[in-house]
Design a protein around this ligand. Structure first.
Ligand code: HEC
Length: 148
């Protein structure tokens, strides 16, 4: 009996480690701009991209996070060196999209709910008609709605 429990625990830990490794691998693309620590890769006095730690877009309504990743954000200012490009082609697989979303929602001190493959597929379908990067104002508006 004891052995069975131990085997089950060992298997769960292995499964968790696996999920985490997948998330980390899926985050590789993002880390070029958001940094391995999620705080934004510094370039001189500026940053490639904003911090994902404590970001309302990351930890709020997951559909808005999916929208940001899939369609990108329209470049309007020069605050950041980088551009939040549409990454739909890189995250064409629902599991990979779910992995990267869960990773950012549960890393850098963030503690939001995980995203399943089914959720990821649902968000992809929800935003399928959007063909170009979304304005910052739209992202903010959608983020606010969820927090109200
Ligand atoms: C080529 C650089 C680059 C890459 C790669 C990149 N981002 Fe971004 N990201 C940006 C920039 C720049 C912004 C700020 C856009 C703006 O507001 O104008 C941003 C904004 C964001 C935001 C909004 C944050 C907030 O609180 O306003 C989220 C969420 C985000 N990125 C997540 C990701 C994730 C997840 C990945 C990987 C799947 C990723 N990004 C890949 C450059 C990048």
């Amino acid at each position: 009996m004891k052995k069975t429990i131990l085997t089950t625990i060992a298997a769960s830990i292995a499964a968790l480690a696996f999920v985490h490794a997948d998330g980390k691998a899926a985050y590789m693309t993002c880390s070029a701009c958001h940094g391995a620590d999620g705080k934004g890769m510094p370039i001189g006095a500026k940053k490639m991209a904003p911090t994902l730690a404590g970001s309302a877009v990351v930890t709020g309504d997951a559909s808005v996070l999916a929208l940001t990743i899939l369609k990108g954000i329209k470049k309007e200012g020069a605050e950041f060196i980088g551009i939040m490009a549409p990454l739909e082609a890189i995250y064409a697989d629902d599991q990979k999209l779910a992995d990267v979303m869960t990773f950012v929602r549960q890393s850098f001190g963030n503690e939001a709910a995980a995203v399943t493959k089914e959720d990821a597929a649902k968000y992809r379908a929800q935003w399928k008609d959007i063909k170009e990067p979304v304005s910052r104002a739209k992202i903010t508006e959608l983020t606010k709605k969820e927090g109200e």
